[in-house]
Design a binder for this molecule. Structure first.
Ligand SMILES: Nc1nc2c(ncn2[C@@H]2O[C@H](COP(=O)(O)OP(=O)(O)OP(=O)(O)O)[C@@H](O)[C@H]2O)c(=O)[nH]1
Ligand SMILES: [Mg+2]
Length: 241
């Protein structure tokens, strides 16, 4: 049976040649295996995507600081080179593993599957993937995630959902990041939300700033809520574990 994420990837007007189709089919096969593995373990799997520098790692650092004593969170982070992001996340006291893609502009399900074999997932509540900074290619690769979360920073301009629609079409949540900079930028949260909803009427949204802290508690509560739903237990029970 085709899973929802897979069929989402096949939607739209992109013309794929046979090679691309086969590549995505192979990816989707592994993505389904990941989905089954995290379902078996009751782990919530989140895929965080955005352009380079939108604030993904900083958000994860803030998330880890707030939730690490309540939940077991592990992070897989993809970059073309360096261990820098994994180092930054580990400094907050949670387990993080760097996937160095060596030039590949996105993460593929096979990379996640291999990395998961290296992580001790026992007792993990939430596994978060920070994808390679790129608003284009990661949109086409299902990683078996429960939720895809797209960051759009106020510094990027509010016209991105219509220009890079596939990412917004395949995401369940849009975080408008770096909201502390709104007073200095010609960026309209209302406009970006309107465009994102026109691309994907189901997309949820929040406005966050890792610098000022705006919206971070709301984001953390959303994560807790989704982890609770994945486990099928009440939030109080989850936090008591
Ligand atoms: N003003 C402001 N700056 C931020 C915020 N979040 C992150 N930054 C800054 O934005 C820059 C990029 O942040 P990162 O968290 O490294 O962004 P990223 O999306 O992980 O970047 P890549 O992994 O390279 O794609 C850094 O200089 C951060 O300090 C924010 O909420 N407000
Ligand atoms: Mg990063």
């Amino acid at each position: 049976m085709r899973m929802i994420r897979t069929s989402k990837n096949m939607r739209g007007t992109v013309q794929c040649d046979n090679t691309t189709m086969h590549l995505l089919q192979a990816n989707d096969f592994v993505a389904d295996a990941i989905r089954q593995e995290v379902a078996k373990r009751n782990i919530l799997l989140i895929n965080i995507v955005s352009s380079a520098g939108s604030g993904k790692t900083t958000l994860l650092q803030e998330t880890a600081r707030r939730l690490k004593d309540k939940l077991t969170i592990k992070v897989l982070v993809g970059d073309l080179e360096t261990e820098r992001d994994a180092d930054r996340i580990r400094q907050t006291g949670i387990d993080a593993l760097q996937i160095v893609t060596g030039g590949i502009c996105h993460l593929e399900a096979q990379m996640i599957w291999q990395a998961m074999q290296k992580l001790n997932l026992e007792g993990t509540d939430i596994l978060i993937i920070e994808n390679v900074g790129n608003l284009v290619c990661p949109a086409s690769f299902d990683l078996g995630e429960d939720y895809r979360v797209t960051l759009i920073a106020t510094t990027e301009g509010d016209d991105k959902p219509k220009k890079y629609p596939r990412m917004f079409l395949t995401s369940e949540m849009m975080l408008v990041s770096k909201s502390d900079l709104l007073p200095y930028l010609p960026f309209s949260v209302e406009a970006v939300v309107k465009d994102a909803k026109e691309v994907n009427p189901d997309i949820e949204h929040m406005t966050v700033s890792s610098t000022s802290g705006q919206g971070i508690d709301e984001w953390c509560n959303w994560l807790i809520e989704k982890a609770k739903e994945k486990k099928g237990i009440e939030q109080e029970e989850l936090l008591a574990v």
